[in-house]
Ligand binder design. Structure first.
Ligand code: UDX
Length: 410
């Protein structure tokens, strides 16, 4: 049996796959994890990447890397995410010209993608563009979403966004199949919905990060002091706070978060990415004496080894922006969430976390320190938190069961 598998692996060697992630952390991580999974199955892997946000090839000596110029200066690239996206959508035409079969890796969840496929209909029914007076109204055709959960981006040219989203959906429909970093038990109804809409096969083969961690594709240096600090904390006592690689907040929001954490009296580990706060380099907006006042009860870093942090027994909650990777990583470690989505799919993910899977609570309708303190108590102290912890424990078990069953070796 083993010999047969080895022969099979040998035969598959020489079958090369070309992977092209969007050049952002939340896309690079799952694509390189998928590359590792496919490589372990005998495929040769080539990564095409822009110079902007390039991963470190020396962490992947088993892959071949090709860097392409993105025709944008560093400053343009960091401020023109949309332009980079539009440019990279040409991948589809390159594959068509070369007559290469193309598969799509969707790095967001299936539930949010269902909403993207509904955009034409949502426009027809007047849900989009979003009107401020209707934010709290339900989207009756897509329960339990509210109008404010619809995955849009504020843009001066909404038509460009609609075009981009249509292109994304059409690209997936025209591909040979769609790979999802999710698992069936988590997003069954969304996957079934997409299965009806799409004639191409769906492969929900996540969670990838449990097979190959993201640390080697991290664009920023992960501060390992987080782990030694966590070692000194009591089990399930720490709130881990991180808003991913792209989200930005205003200075007054930053201050409310700081005071909310300080007043909660819970220990906290807070990732303040350089540039997180508009107009600041790092911690400048904090009042003087703040760090002395919290007296070791808080630890602030620029970037954390997130998966190790979430897996640490001292962590009791994750205050997150609900990027799909963060959401999935939290579920897989059984860590309940405080949801504060910023844009696009994050809003749908957050609604699913709070209202469908019921494994977290929302921090919505503005940020103030009292509300933050109350929300932290709901999760860390109240009975509601205990029930949430019980539910996420069950979900975690479902993801783990799939991994132990070794789905991708079959
Ligand atoms: C983006 C979009 O925002 C998100 O909505 C979409 O689903 C994916 O692309 P991002 O905002 O970076 O991603 O969030 P997320 O999807 O959560 O990915 C962040 C990744 O960075 C995670 O894998 C996380 O483990 C890692 N990370 C984050 C760290 O390694 N250290 C940190 O301190 C914070």
């Amino acid at each position: 049996m083993e010999n047969q598998t080895n022969t099979e692996m040998h035969q598959r060697k020489g079958r090369r796959l070309v992977l092209f992630p969007l050049p952002f952390q939340g896309h690079i991580n799952p694509m390189l994890q998928l590359g590792n999974i496919l490589h372990s199955q005998g495929f040769s892997i080539t990564i095409i990447h822009t110079n902007f946000n390039s991963p470190n090839p020396s962490n992947y000596p088993h892959f071949t890397f090709h860097f392409i110029p993105e025709n944008l200066s560093e400053s343009e690239a960091s401020t023109t995410d949309l332009a980079v996206l539009v440019q990279l959508l040409n991948t589809k035409s390159v594959a068509e010209n070369l007559k290469l079969p193309m598969m799509v890796l969707r790095t967001s969840g299936a539930s949010s993608f269902v909403v993207f496929t509904a955009f034409p209909f949502l426009r027809e029914r007047g849900y989009l563009p979003i009107q401020d007076s209707k934010l709290e109204e339900p989207v009756v055709e897509l329960p339990p979403l509210k109008v404010k959960d619809l995955p849009t981006i504020n843009s001066r040219s909404p038509e460009t966004i609609y075009e981009l989203i249509n292109g994304m959906v059409d690209g997936a429909k025209a591909s040979s199949g769609v790979i999802w970093n999710t698992f069936e038990d988590l997003e069954q109804s969304a996957l079934a919905n997409l299965g009806q809409q799409f004639s191409v096969p769906m492969f929900p083969i996540g969670p990838f990060h449990k097979c190959f961690p993201a640390s080697s594709s991290s664009l920023l240096t992960q501060d390992q002091s987080c782990i030694s600090w966590l070692q000194k904390q009591s089990p399930k006592s720490v709130i881990y706070v991180s808003f991913g690689s792209l989200a930005a907040i205003k200075e007054n929001e930053f201050l409310e978060i700081a005071w909310g954490l300080a007043n909660s009296k819970q220990p906290f580990l807070w990732v303040v990415r350089p540039g997180l706060t508009n107009g600041s380099e790092w911690l400048e907006p904090l009042p003087s004496g703040f760090l002395e006042m919290i007296d070791g009860r808080g630890h602030i870093v620029k970037w954390a080894p997130q998966q190790e942090v979430l897996a640490h027994p001292a962590v009791g909650a994750f205050w997150t922006h609900n990027g799909w990777n963060s959401t999935l990583e939290s579920i897989c470690e059984g860590v309940p969430m405080i949801c504060m989505p910023c844009f696009t799919d994050q809003r749908v993910n957050a609604r699913y976390v709070s209202d469908v899977w019921k494994v977290g609570v929302q921090l919505e309708n503005g940020l103030d320190r009292e509300k933050i303190e109350r929300t932290i108590r709901r999760l860390m102290v109240d009975k509601e938190g205990e029930e949430i912890r019980g539910r996420i424990f069950v979900l975690k078990g479902e993801g783990k069961y799939l991994l132990e069953a070794g789905w991708f070796f079959k």
